[in-house]
Structure formats: C-alpha cells, structure tokens
Design a protein around this ligand. Structure first.
Ligand code: MLC
Ligand code: AMP
Length: 507
C-alpha cells in the first residue's frame, strides 16, 4: 500500500517547506502566506479542542467565504474532527435538519447570524463565530494558544460530511474519508499537471466539493497560490487572468465570461488551463470559448459522493465538447443496464457506476440507503445516465434521478413539491428544471389548484420562502388544470419539461 498522508499533513509539509510563500492573494487587501495560515490553523485547532472536539466529532461551518474558513477546515482535520460545511444560503429550517441529523460538537457561524443560533447552544453544542476580517470568537484573542500535535488519522477515518439532497425525503450526509480526499487530490494533481507554480483563480464557494476538495485541496497540496475571491464576478476574473495560470468553475462562469468583450487571447496569455464541471457545459460554449481565447475548456465529471471521476485529457488527446472524458487514475467507470447491473457495450446508454479510492463510505447513519446505492461488487450507482463513445470518453446524456442543477447547485424537486403541496390552494405540484441562459437550468413549479381555489404565484413563493434557500426558489409558477400522467399514474415530467422548454430563451 502506498504511504498515506492526509490533506492536513500535506499542507503542513508545504507550510514548513515554504512558509513565506503567498497562499491567499486577496483583492486589493492583504496577502496571506502558508506560514501565517499554518499558525491560524493551529490556533483554531486549539480552540476546537477547548470546545471539547474529540476525534470523530463533527464541526459544522456556515460562514461567508474567507481564508480563515479554509483554516477551519484544516484545523478540523488536524484534531481528527469531521468537517461539515453548509451553504450560506440555507435558512433556519434547513439548518435545523442538518444540525439535528449530524449532531456537531461545534457550529461556526457568521457573527451577524450568531443570534439565529443562540437557542441551539448548550448541552453538547458550542457555537463559535468567524467573520470575513479575522473577527469572531474563533480567533478574537491574538494571544490564543496553538496546538502543534495532529491526531494520527488513517485513510479510512472520516474527514468530512457533505449533505446532498435526497430524491425522496431527507437529505443525506455523504461521509468522505481522509483517503477519499487525499487520493482524489493526488489523481487530479497528476492528471492536470498542477504544481506549486500554479496561480489558481478561486471564485467558487468553499462549502461544496468543487471549491473545497478540488480547487482548494489541489492548491494546498501542491503548495500553489490562490487568487481568492469571495464570489464570481466577470470583470474581476478578467482583471486577474493575466496574473493567473488556472481557473476552475461551473459552466455559468464560462457563459458569463463569454459575454465580455475583454475575453481575448491576450487576456489569457499566462493561463494554461480552464476547467469546467458540476453541471453540463454547453458544447456551443466550449466551442465559442476556444474560438475566442485559443483555450479548449477541460470538462470533468464528479459528485459529492465520489469527488472527481472522469476528466478530459490535459494532454495526449482531444478535449471533446459534450463529453466528460476518461476515468481518472485509479477510478473505474462503467455503464450498465440499470435493472440487471450488467455492463453495456460502448455506445449504449445506461446507468453510470463508479468504483475507486475516491468513492465515499456511505451516508451518515443511513445504512439501508447506502446499501441500496452500491452494487455487490462495490460499484456506486451515480444516478446519472451516460454512454461511452468510440474513444472511451464518457458522455453524460441525462439523469436517472429527479434533480435540477442551477448554476452548479443541486436542487431536488421533491423538497419544493412537498412545501407547495402544503399550501391550501394547491392540490398537487410538479417541479421541473428548464433551460436557462445564465444558470444552465432553472426551477419551474407547475401546480394544480385545489377544488375551487386559485393559486397565486407571489403568495406561493412567499409561502415557501422561509423554508428554502433562495437558489431553490422557482423562477416561475405555472397553474394547470391537471398534470400529465402515464398509464401507471406517474407524472410525466419529461412532457412538462418539453412544454416549458422555451420559458427562458437561451439563444
Ligand atoms: C445565486 N442565485 C442563484 C444561484 N446563485 N439562483 C439559482 N441558482 C444559482 N446557482 C440567486 C441569488 O440568490 C440571487 O437571488 C440571484 O440568483 C442572482 O444572483 P447572482 O448575483 O447573479 O449570483 P451569483 O452570486 O453571481 O452566483 C451565481 C454563481 C453561483 C453561478 C456564480 O451560484 C456559484 O458560484 N455557483 C457554484 C456552485 C458550486 O460550487 N457548485 C459545485 C457543487 S459540487 P435574488 O434574490 O437576487 O434574485 C458538485 C460536484 C462537482 O457539483 O462535480 O463539482
Ligand atoms: P452534487 O451532488 O452537487 O455533487 O452534483 C453531482 C452531479 O452533478 C452529478 O451526479 C452530475 O449529475 C452533475 N455533474 C457534475 N459534473 C458534471 C458534468 N461535467 N457534466 C454533467 N453533469 C455533471
């Protein structure tokens, strides 16, 4: 077995090797070195231990993006804790569910939202705060002690839980191990030839796999630098391109960049790699980007439960628009008949399944759900549909799961339908994704009135607002006399998607 080093250990080695190297370059403000970050990590680690965190305890984080949020992640790994990052858009109701399910020892929230969580404190939960200017209880004492020891973890120990919404009912916490994170990071460093000389533009959120376990992990492990932005902004990115080497983003990044006249080959002169993932990149955007900049975007495919599975080649082969490339080193990918699980010949469409050191161990406290999503031979059933082309490249052609991906965020219709159905004017509802010019897909709700009722869009949206993060809100509500159904009585969402396909013109 190859020697195992956790992400925390790899980061510490980089910080010892090059303490003065800039890790975070922040817009117009300060630069933060590896050495400074390592100190912040040790201070937070000491604080977590003082809060009672022991190995295996969950540390939940719902804070605005900052360098210290990354330090909190590393500190959690240092003490053997299990990192639980949560989308800042989640409402109180959504947070109730996650915290109740994961039972963290510590919740770190933004100072502004401290009062929202005051009622949770006490018993087994400590609430800490972390702002975007090193403010907050976690770091407010400059003389606070540092923890130098790191808990010895093995590859199989849990490192993080990331919630992915369920197709039926409850959200599931995907438990990722230290081995999952380290092996996937190593595979990507090799595949994309990522080194300490890279300067990565980081404009993704840090509460999902893409921003945290792809972008940030790769930079930390390689000893590279980040142009670290709190959010995506076209002009800021284009300003940074001449000083950067790599950009990683969701397809919406590229759709928006293409709208700027300033996106030119000259602007991209120092860039060596543009990566897209988390949602399908339009082949037309891929082609337009190459025509405009001379760079073929490298599209890759992953998911919360598995990290990255496949990637178009960095070299030694074309980056084919509309495909997600070849399996990463160490990852096995197959396309099977969804019912029997037998492999299909290349070219045929079936269920995509993956196996490898990147694949998670299971859903938090859901052994039955976990068992139902794995085959007996260890392959994980992704829920995506695809085919392998003549060159062995994987093409994703659809989803077996009822899921909308809007600007790279996953939205499960069931969750929205359940809320709409609870409104007195609604008999039933069907939530679908339709093409959207900016977000790729967006959410539309189709509702049937309860007898004698007249549902109103504004009232329905108000009704669900408190329980649902803003990005999940339907961007249109359509009232229809009945939903299309097949002979078995199942709602035909494909019919609805066809009917409303042009609601938000894309071209
Ligand atoms: C923001 N809004 C969204 C949204 N993002 N609505 C739907 N879908 C989204 N993705 C809302 C805002 O709340 C706001 O609401 C309005 O839309 C306009 O906001 P904006 O300013 O235009 O949005 P912006 O901040 O620019 O964000 C858009 C974005 C962002 C695409 C840059 O959503 C983003 O960074 N997405 C990346 C998500 C991600 O990291 N996914 C990876 C998951 S991991 P209002 O109230 O103003 O109308 C994964 C595995 C893998 O999938 O393979 O990587
Ligand atoms: P998440 O659960 O947020 O991790 O999202 C994972 C899902 O995003 C996958 O199961 C796919 O459906 C989708 N996805 C990720 N990358 C791509 C891609 N390059 N092309 C198409 N779909 C993708």
């Amino acid at each position: 077995m190859p020697p195992f080093a956790s992400l925390h250990r790899t980061f510490v080695a980089q910080a010892e090797r090059q303490p003065d190297k800039v890790l975070f370059e922040l817009p117009g403000e300060r630069n933060i070195t590896y050495g400074e970050t390592a100190r912040t990590v040790r201070r937070i680690a000491a604080r977590l231990v003082a809060d009672g965190v022991t190995p295996g305890d969950r540390v939940a984080m719902q804070v605005e993006k900052s360098p210290e949020a990354i330090a909190l992640y590393l500190a959690t790994l240092q003490v053997g804790g299990v990192f639980l990052p949560l989308n800042t858009a989640y409402t109180g109701t959504e947070m109730d569910y996650f915290l109740d399910d994961a039972r963290p020892r510590v919740l770190v929230c933004s100072p502004e939202r401290r009062s929202e969580h005051a009622h949770r404190e006490g018993g087994d939960l400590a609430v800490e705060t972390l702002g975007t200017h090193t403010d907050g209880t976690l770091l407010n004492d400059p003389a606070s002690p540092e923890l130098h020891e790191a808990h010895e973890v093995s590859a199989d120990d849990p490192a993080a839980i990331l919630y992915t919404s369920g197709t039926t009912g409850r959200s599931k916490g995907a438990v990722l191990t230290h081995g999952n994170l380290a092996s996937n990071c190593q595979a990507l460093l090799t595949a994309w030839q990522f080194t300490e000389h890279d300067r990565l533009i980081h404009a993704l959120p840090v509460f999902h796999v893409h921003g945290l376990f792809v972008a940030a992990n790769m930079a930390l492990a390689a000893g590279a630098s980040l142009h670290y932005l709190t959010k995506f902004d076209t002009e800021t990115i284009i300003d940074l391109l001449p000083r950067a080497t790599v950009l990683m983003g969701v397809p919406t990044f590229y759709t928006r960049l293409l709208k700027s006249e300033r996106l030119t080959p000259q602007a991209c002169a120092s860039m060596r790699l543009f990566v897209s993932g988390s949602a399908p990149l339009l082949a037309s955007d891929h082609e337009a980007f190459e025509a405009r900049t001379g760079h073929a975007i490298l599209e890759r495919y992953g998911m919360t439960e598995t990290g990255m599975n496949t990637s178009n080649p960095y070299q030694d082969g074309p980056r084919k628009p509309g495909t997600v490339g070849l399996p990463l080193p160490g990852v096995e990918v197959r396309v099977v008949d969804p019912e029997s699980g037998t492999s299909l010949p290349d070219g045929e469409i079936g269920s995509i399944e993956v196996r490898g050191p990147n694949v998670f161990t299971g859903y938090w406290q859901m052994p039955e759900k976990t068992a139902s999503e794995f085959r007996a031979d260890g392959f994980f059933i992704t829920g995506d549909l695809g085919r392998i082309d003549e060159d062995g490249y994987l093409c994703i052609v659809g989803r077996g799961k009822d899921l909308v991906i809007s600007g790279g965020y996953n939205i499960y219709p069931k969750e929205i339908e359940a809320l709409l159905d609870a409104h007195p004017t609604v008999l039933e509802s069907a939530v679908i994704g339709v093409p959207h010019p900016d977000f790729g897909e967006t959410v539309v709700a189709v509702v049937v009135p309860a007898p004698g009722q007249d549902p109103q869009e504004a009232e329905l949206l108000r009704f669900i607002a408190d329980d649902l993060a803003r990005f999940k809100h339907p961007r249109a509500v359509k009232v229809v006399p009945e939903l299309p159904r097949n002979v078995m009585g199942k709602v035909q969402k494909a019919e609805l998607r066809k009917q409303y396909a042009s609601l938000f013109p894309t071209a």
